[in-house]
Design a protein. Structure first.
Length: 353
């Protein structure tokens, strides 16, 4: 278990789809600092099967008007994030928004201004900052194990050669793989390197019958390091998740953090050894240290998604610093907007912010 908080923040979830059932509800249920009171389900009551103590709400207004609810998780389809988060802030609630923050920079700016006006916490669920492999990459870069860093490449590849009956596959919802998986990869890159000077992107629809982008190759321009972010839905034999190269060596990591799969299997993050990988999944470090060549597996640090909510708890209750700041989430959307412009124009796009 990653935390031991006592006071409880009364919380509601605005949807019980994939993100609500797999991520938010299990994390909030497990975390002692939160009391999950209501979940919005318009056409079902399935949330009661796992959380019989909660109340099913049929309308969003039931969450907004409940004076006991302090925090609302806005995990609706992407094109509804702005409206739902705006209403929650107006109602005086703290807000966690599922990634992507919004579909437009201008909407994100309005939410940030409203949260400041209402003195409410606004954050975005960038849980992949707490992936074990990313935490390990952070540590390797921070400790300068590879010498001067020259290249970073990260992938979020999947194999799904069919089109699901989902809002995520419909262009009217203003979404696609860049907003979905790209939000994670971009956020991780910004954590490591800050905002780039420019963006170049090749964004495509590759699957037969696809209506939204399902593959991208994104280049972020920095002065001293080459950064490449890639994702695709037609990668049946995946390559490395991370490749990091420096003047002294390389770190290469295959595989994917186990937390999502464990949550899908109904496991909760209070089990022992949560977020740990088997040795067979550890990355390879090949470098020189003190004049000695080293090639070895590096133990992957344990991941812990619940740490995101531990921080939200600490911010609300103890007034500590917010880990995922809304301006950081907004910068992800700035890059996504620039990436679509770059792909349309087939040229790099400079960033101004």
């Amino acid at each position: 278990m990653c935390q031991k908080e006592q006071k409880q923040i009364v919380t509601a979830i605005a949807s019980f789809g994939m993100s609500g059932s797999i991520f938010h509800a299990p994390l909030l249920h497990t975390h002692r600092g939160f009391l999950l009171k209501k979940i919005l389900q318009r056409h079902s009551r399935s949330a009661l099967d796992k959380y019989p103590y909660i109340t099913i709400a049929k309308k969003y207004e039931e969450l907004l008007s409940d004076n006991e609810i302090e925090l609302i998780v806005v995990n609706t389809p992407d094109n509804m994030h702005f409206d739902f988060a705006f209403q929650a802030l107006e109602a005086g609630k703290h807000v966690v928004v599922e990634k992507p923050f919004t579909t437009k920079v201008s909407d994100g700016e309005k939410l940030i201004a409203l949260a400041r006006e209402k003195n409410r916490i606004l954050s975005v669920f960038q849980n992949r900052r707490w992936d074990g492999d990313f935490l390990t990459v952070q540590k390797i870069i921070r400790n300068k194990v590879l010498g001067r860093l020259v290249e970073y490449e990260a992938h979020f590849d999947r194999y799904r050669n069919y089109i699901q009956d989902s809002w995520k596959e419909k262009p009217g919802y203003q979404t696609g793989t860049l907003y979905n998986l790209g939000s994670h990869l971009i956020d991780q890159a910004l954590v490591l390197f800050g905002m780039p000077d420019a963006v170049y992107a090749d964004i495509r629809i590759m699957r037969t019958g696809g209506k939204v982008d399902d593959a991208f190759d994104l280049k972020l321009y920095y002065k001293d390091i080459k950064v490449t972010l890639k994702a695709g839905y037609l990668v049946r034999e995946p390559g490395p998740k991370f490749m990091v190269h420096g003047t002294e060596g390389s770190f290469v990591k295959y595989g994917i953090d186990p937390q999502e799969e464990d949550l899908k299997q109904g496991l909760l993050p209070d089990k022992s050894n949560w977020g740990t990988e088997p040795e067979s999944e550890w990355g390879i470090l090949n470098t020189d240290k003190d004049g000695i060549h080293i090639r070895t597996r590096i133990r992957t640090l344990p991941g812990c998604y619940i740490d995101y909510y531990s921080n939200i708890y600490d911010v609300i209750v103890k007034n500590t610093e917010l880990s995922v700041k809304p301006i950081e989430a907004l910068n992800v959307i700035r890059i996504i907007e620039a990436a679509y412009m770059s792909s349309d124009k087939r040229q790099s796009v400079s960033l101004t912010y």
